[in-house]
Design a protein around this ligand. Structure first.
Ligand code: PEP
Ligand code: MN
Length: 637
């Protein structure tokens, strides 16, 4: 069960471990480290401290160790990295063989029957306590340090008080505690990355991971930008006041720059050194090395403004009219799109028009109309700025600034929005290559704004049946080069409403992090881009097809249609599951494998529980599915 959970989250950079391998972790059974230790199939072995864990690895008592390195809420886990750095500096010859991300849900658990209001103190590992400092403070609970999360659960169980533990649900259940709050993490989703370590003579490094010793901070300045590394300072020692760890660096580059900077690199894995022996990995090396911000090899950038969140799995739907035409028009359309699950409102107040006599936008006054609509429906606003002098006044009220296709290489404008302290949606120019697009993003980022979203909106080709050609190939080609969210605009690509849904679905299926779609409730009278606007009912169908979440502003009949379409999908998935289960049965019979596998069943239960979060419902669904699958496989209980 543990293995399956962590495995699905596990980074690709892992190497298979034989199931006999002993993998050490710090903490007790039920600790998050145990999940990481089991992730690649090894046998988890608990240790009381990181020092003991590393000593055991050095002495060959275990084959591998997992160490937590960073966490989504608190960043670097100094409690683990410091002893690791010390061991490495002392000469322990380790290599990093993999990374595993473990989703972290910090349950607040106490003795059965303890009311939450009676809990005054919560015990846990210091790193875990740092991840829920604010939530605990809000509950009036004092954090108390214990040596491990699961250990804290045991401690609380053995005590007669109303104290609580912050630990995994598994640890709480093992200790016989009742979970009072499912997750007290200050930020969700929470997660911790673990590095897998082996002795250098037993394994080959797979992950670029290094410690740096430097005499001053200036020595390491810009090393992150130049090598793509994540650099984080550690406590260090007297002879080397600064000691950092670097992850994901271009190892060869780091080694080359180090002597010049008076930095010593102690590498636990330099894939470049044996790169010629391994098959080239697709999509990790940025082609455009001269763009250190836009193409840095780092975790996906997430742009978040209230309910609008995009990147690293979060997807956005921006919708609204091409032009903001009147307060009423904006309000009506905002209500329509918000009720269908849009996460941000669009609308132009300054319009770039091919014809200078065409409607040019109502200007700043229209921004107040957008603002009113935004307030009413609770969604942030995105609007285009066309000139440097518009940036300040628009940024005062708009949540996200859009750079239109025509202005993608207006470098003064790019610099100005980069200083406006607002996220930027950067449209690709109709005649711009993907490199030029990334270069434009670099301008914005170099001016100070890291929250840039790239938006593919169609390029000009010989084709005349569409306004532009939506270049999903270009969008996909950019994906491995950048950590920035990638959006698609099917409306301006198509130029005609009848193609918008198809292009939107194609972009979504291709993995766009979000879409921006034009919607108008009276296209015939629209002041711009009338031909490509979706009417609200069509937008609703699209939102349904993409799996957005509607709200109660829709009529009961509309909501029922929504749920009916989910049922159709669900029924189809159940049928597919049964079909595959049948084939699995045939395969098992052929290979003589055990027909029933309780570990697999537990993994399935966990998958459903993770999504559904209601244990009773998840269990009932899994019971029904497993019973049906067994009938398919004609297995006798
Ligand atoms: C718009 O989004 O209203 C717009 C003008 O788009 P583009 O810059 O992509 O043409
Ligand atoms: Mn438009």
């Amino acid at each position: 069960m543990l293995r399956e959970t962590a495995d699905r989250q596990a980074n690709d950079q892992k190497q298979p471990v034989d199931s006999e391998a002993r993998v050490g972790y710090q903490g007790e059974v039920g600790a998050f480290g145990e999940q990481a230790a089991a992730a690649h199939g090894g046998q988890p072995v608990p240790f009381a401290s990181f020092e003991k864990l590393l000593a055991a690895l050095g002495q060959g008592e275990i084959d591998e160790a997992v160490i937590p390195i960073d966490n989504a809420v608190v960043g670097a886990i100094a409690e683990a990295l410091d002893p690791l750095a010390a061991a490495v500096v002392d000469g322990l010859d380790l290599v990093a063989t993999g990374l595993t991300s473990v989703p972290v849900r910090l349950a607040l658990a106490a003795k059965t029957g303890t009311p939450l209001r009676d809990v005054r103190r919560a015990f846990s590992h210091p790193a875990a306590l740092r991840q829920c400092r604010q939530r605990l403070a809000g509950l009036g609970i004092e954090p108390v340090v214990a040596y491990d999360t699961a250990g804290a659960a045991t401690l609380v169980a053995a005590d007669a008080s109303t104290d609580a533990a912050v630990c995994s649900r598994r640890a709480a259940e093992r200790a016989g505690l009742e979970v009072l709050v499912e997750d007290v993490s200050d930020k969700e989703p929470n997660g911790t990355r673990f590095v897998h370590l082996r002795m250098a003579d037993h394994a080959r490094p797979q992950v670029s991971f290094a410690f740096l010793r430097a005499a001053s901070l200036t020595a390491t300045a810009r090393l992150d930008v130049l090598t793509g590394a994540t650099l984080l300072p550690l406590a260090g020692t007297a002879d080397y006041p600064l000691r950092l760890w670097a992850l994901g660096a271009d190892a060869a580059r780091l080694q080359a720059l180090a002597p010049v900077r008076d930095v010593q690199v102690i590498s636990l894995g330099a894939p470049a050194a044996h790169a010629s022996k391994v098959a080239p990995k697709e999509g990790t090396e940025p082609a455009i090395k001269s763009l250190p911000h836009a193409t840095a090899r780092k975790a996906a950038t997430v742009v978040e403004v209230g309910p609008f969140k995009v990147g690293a799995g979060a997807r956005a739907m921006i919708a609204g009219p091409c032009s903001v035409e009147s307060p009423e028009q904006m309000m009506r359309i905002a209500r329509e799109v918000a009720s269908c699950g849009a996460t941000a409102l669009r609308g132009g107040i300054f319009k770039p028009r091919t014809n200078p006599y065409a409607f040019q936008g109502h200007g700043l006054e229209a921004l107040s109309w957008m603002k009113a609509a935004s307030k009413e429906v609770g969604l942030p606003i995105i609007t285009e700025v066309m000139a440097v002098d518009q940036v300040g006044p628009v940024a005062e009220h708009a949540d996200v600034l859009q750079i239109g296709a025509r202005n993608m290489q207006n470098f003064d404008l790019l610099r100005a929005v980069g200083k406006a302290k607002r996220p930027v949606l950067l449209k690709r120019g109709a005649g711009a290559t993907t490199d030029e697009w990334l270069g434009a993003a670099e301008y914005v980022m170099a001016s100070g704004e890291p929250r840039v979203m790239l938006c593919e909106r169609g390029i000009r080709t010989f084709e005349t049946s569409t306004r532009n050609t939506l270049d999903l190939g270009g969008m996909l080609a950019v994906r491995p080069l950048t950590h920035l969210p990638l959006l698609a605009d099917p409306s301006h690509a198509a130029g005609r409403a009848d193609l918008v849904e198809g292009l939107a679905r194609a972009a979504w299926a291709a993995g766009a992090d979000g879409l921006i779609v034009e919607v108008h409730d009276d296209p015939a009278r629209a002041l711009s881009d009338a031909d490509q606007a979706l009417v609200p009912s069509r937008f609703q169908e699209l939102a349904r097809a993409l799996g957005l979440a509607p709200d109660a502003r829709l009529s009961l009949a509309q909501l029922r249609a929504w749920v009916d379409s989910i049922d159709r999908d669900l029924a189809e998935l159940v049928r597919r599951r049964l079909d595959v289960a049948k084939v699995i049965g045939e395969s098992k019979k052929k290979t003589g494998k055990a027909v029933l596998d309780p570990r697999r069943e537990a993994a399935v239960r966990r998958t459903y529980l993770e999504s559904i979060r209601d244990k009773k419902l998840a269990d009932r669904l899994v019971d029904a599915l497993i019973e049906a699958a067994r009938a398919q496989q004609s297995i006798e209980e």
